[in-house]
Write a protein that binds this ligand. Structure first.
Ligand code: UTP
Length: 478
């Protein structure tokens, strides 16, 4: 038995390991997490200790010191410069380079060098959907889920290039089982279980303004997924990188779960990345207006990264180039290519991506020990961001893409970047492809859907449709 303040911590005989954990937690000034110890049964105690064992208390103390005690954001903001990028092709020369890149990318796909990698460990708080965001139904006619749309794109590419494209999916403690179960119950959408690997990212506790861990149950500490930057260590620790190497994969196509328009394993992007011998690359869209809330690719003191919109001053945000375009215009859309070797290198000696902090509402216990959802911010969450690795890459390709064709994320319940805008943007894309294929149509607003298994882009569609094809009612092309 050991004492902690006025609370008696009863440790079962022989459990010196448990006692060590308790001592360690107490010495780190986090002993309040044992407030309900006496009420807990054996399994709850074991569970609490198990959670505590996974917490890096030294890191938590450092985060408290850096982000909370000495003012939230002590991240250095130095000299900012916009990043150069490859523009959408307009001239003949640019078109030729674009087609050459596509060929190179297609070769890599055919040779089985490319894996798809989805980060889906986020909590999707803004959408407020009960379940993994990937299970959100979104397509305009068939109401296909985000997961299904992504799966069908990968399957279509596998068929097109006659190669199995392995798909790695990062989940988190909050949604792992439900995500895996969804794929199982849908027979992996025809991709084959052997071509898919699911793994969890790590979690990190939130802190109170006083730097304390937060209980959201008597035997449970509130933790959140450690950000999409955590994907780089999760790829390594889960064995995914080794699995890739075993399959002959050396290039990872990284995408996020919420973008309904993602151009999966885009051969053009792959081609530029390969030709430039890049280690990590990024796709961007040109910002629509100075105040658009999107991070821009840029250099901070010569280091490439993403500059958050809140880190641009009003003058920087409004600044224009001689041709009238915005100076900071390369909006990050969170689509990357990473070399397997680069991810290995990032993990050498432990991942060192910087931490970012966000002031959030965190459920916690009231005086009676009941959990209470908060209506005010009451604590701090910490995350790492994958784009912070861009600055470590020896070479990088930044490629501009057409927003209407490639970027429409489901972030919010309504309004901007919502299911409604995603459905609209998908519908508009299908309409454009049909027009480009010379199809006459006269149907309602949301009544068109083209399965990725039918066509992956306008070119595909043109090839597949008979020249006299016509549409008069709501349609689903599969
Ligand atoms: P967001 O930053 O949009 O977060 O994630 P979110 O969790 O989806 O939504 P909010 O902010 O809670 O409303 C962008 C992508 O990064 C993944 C998400 O699953 C999404 O695909 N992500 C985010 C992770 O995989 N892990 C994380 O820790 C955070």
């Amino acid at each position: 038995m050991m004492a902690w303040g006025t609370t008696q911590l009863i440790v079962t005989a022989g459990d010196t390991e448990q006692q060590k954990v308790i001592d360690h937690v107490r010495e780190a000034g986090q002993g309040h997490v044992f407030k309900y110890w006496e009420e807990l049964n054996e399994s709850s105690r074991a569970s609490l200790l198990n959670q505590l064992q996974q917490v890096d208390l030294t890191l938590m103390a450092a985060l408290h010191e850096k982000f909370i005690k000495s003012g939230h954001d002590s991240q250095k903001k130095g000299d900012l410069k916009p990043a150069d990028f490859i523009n959408l092709p307009t001239t003949e020369q640019q078109q030729a380079a674009y087609h050459q890149a596509k060929k190179v990318g297609e070769e890599a796909l055919r040779a089985g060098r490319v894996a798809a990698f989805l980060v889906a460990g986020g909590q999707g708080t803004r959408l407020g959907f009960n379940g993994p965001k990937g299970k959100f139904p979104v397509s305009p006619v068939k109401n296909k889920t985000l997961f299904q749309l992504h799966a069908e794109k990968i399957l279509a590419l596998s068929r097109k290039y006659d190669v199995a494209i392995p798909w790695y999916i990062m989940t988190s403690e909050t949604n792992h089982e439900e995500s895996v179960e969804f794929f199982e119950s849908n027979s992996y959408f025809g991709l084959g279980a052997g071509n898919m690997m699911f793994f969890r990212q790590e979690m990190i506790p939130a802190l109170s303004p006083h730097g304390k861990l937060i209980l959201d149950a008597k035997d449970h500490i509130f933790r959140n997924p450690n950000g999409h930057g955590g994907s780089l260590s999760a790829l390594k620790n889960s064995g995914a990188l080794d699995d890739m190497k075993g399959r002959g994969v050396d290039i990872i196509f990284y995408f996020q779960v919420d973008n309904v328009l993602v151009k999966m394993c885009d051969p053009v992007f792959l081609g530029y990345h390969i030709q430039e011998d890049a280690e990590m690359s990024a796709k961007v869209v040109v910002k629509t207006e100075p105040a658009e809330k999107v991070g821009v690719l840029g250099c901070v003191d010569s280091r490439l990264g993403v500059i958050e919109y809140s880190d641009l001053s009003e003058t920087q945000m409004q600044a224009r180039n001689a041709d009238g375009s915005l100076k900071f215009q390369a909006g990050n859309i969170a689509i990357h290519i990473l070399n397997v070797d680069f991810v290995e290198k990032e993990n050498e000696g432990g991942l060192r991506l910087p931490w970012h902090v966000a002031h959030k509402k965190i459920p916690c216990l009231d005086e009676t020990g009941s959990v209470v959802e908060q209506d005010q911010t009451n604590g701090y969450k910490f995350e790492t961001f994958v784009f912070d690795a861009l600055g470590d890459a020896k070479r990088t390709v930044i490629l501009e893409v057409d927003r209407a064709e490639e970027f429409s994320p489901v972030k919010n319940k309504e309004g901007v970047d919502s299911p409604e805008t995603a459905r609209r943007d998908l519908g508009n894309q299908f309409r454009r492809w049909l027009e480009a294929a010379g199809v006459a149509w006269s149907v309602g607003k949301d009544a068109i859907e083209i399965s990725p298994l039918f066509a992956l882009d306008a070119e595909d569609l043109k090839e597949k449709l008979p020249s006299d094809f016509q549409i008069s009612t709501g349609v689903y092309l599969a």
